[in-house]
Ligand binder design. Structure first.
Ligand code: PLP
Length: 281
């Protein structure tokens, strides 16, 4: 009889609870060294939700939980090279874009995404940092409208981004204007509205109805909620849910991550994206 490995130190796990096939999700986003937003948020959300993140860095930001100091976009050629390299190697179930910063980056990412025109795409139109300050050049909005919204399965603007990208400050009209660009669904997050409950709205090109979703307002000020939501949406789409169900599941996952949020520094709180496995934190 052959001697087996010494397994006395191995903790028993239910092998059936480990996902066998982790869908690959391709994300394009900026690095936030505070760990609150950007690709740290995307990576931790996707891993927590049973997906494998393929991460293409578009920008480096200099920020903490109190302030954004500056950002530097990476050269388009380097962004394209990162994406081509992973796409030559792995199949992508869903793609998601976060901080792109300029029209040059948008054009590069749109070119890469044309390699898989049929796969779902979540577009988080990042314009501003939550602590204040811009994460984009003035040419970003028009480029998103022209090159990415027509290709998007879902876009996830917050109210300010929705108004900045459209020509009206009526939320229904703004969302319908963005749908008219070719985007199939718009999930407008409503945290910044002065309402007792937070109301998020899903607008669909296939329906006149708006799917509103109300959540108790949490008292803290958060950094990274938008990235968490958009990545969770990408994850649930990658697991095969329809947009409506994926949006509901992503909103619930994000609300609970915020409820379990914590303050890693002196400023804003960040979502605890591992709340499902860390009930006490
Ligand atoms: N991406 C990066 C790199 C950021 O630094 C930020 C905010 O600071 C965002 C995205 C947007 O953050 P949120 O998820 O809070 O919308």
């Amino acid at each position: 009889m052959r001697a087996g490995p010494n397994t006395s130190h191995i903790v028993a796990v239910d092998i059936n609870s480990i996902p066998r096939a982790r869908p690959r999700v391709l994300v394009f986003g900026g690095h936030d060294p505070s760990g609150g937003a950007g690709i740290a948020a995307d990576t931790s959300t996707l891993l927590a939700l049973g997906c494998h993140p393929l991460v293409v860095v578009t920008a480096i930001t200099v920020q903490n939980t109190q302030a954004l100091k500056r950002y530097q976009l990476l050269p388009p050629e380097l962004i394209a090279a990162q994406a081509s390299c992973v796409l030559d190697d792995a199949d992508v179930a869903v793609s998601k874009t976060g901080m792109l910063g300029s029209s040059a980056t948008v054009a590069t990412v749109a070119g890469i995404l044309s390699r898989a025109p049929a796969s779902p795409l979540v577009v988080d139109p990042v314009l501003l940092a939550d602590q204040g300050g811009s994460l984009s050049e003035p040419d970003l909005g028009p480029a998103l409208r022209k090159l990415l919204f027509p290709r998007a399965t879902v876009a996830t603007p917050n109210l300010d981004e929705c108004f900045a990208l459209a020509s009206t400050d009526n939320v229904d009209d703004a969302a319908r204007e963005l749908l008219a660009l070719g985007c199939q669904n718009i999930l407008v997050t409503g945290t910044s509205a002065a309402t007792p409950q937070v109301v998020h709205r899903l607008y669909r090109s296939s329906s006149e109805e708006v799917e509103a979703s109300e959540w108790p307002r949490l008292s803290r000020n958060y950094h990274g909620s938008g990235c968490t939501l958009a990545s969770a949406l990408a994850a649930f789409l990658a697991h095969g849910h329809c947009v409506s169900t994926a949006a509901q599941l992503a909103l619930e996952y994000t609300w609970r991550a915020l409820q379990h949020g914590y303050q890693p520094g002196l400023g804003q709180s960040v979502p605890n994206r591992l709340w499902r496995s860390q009930a006490d934190s």
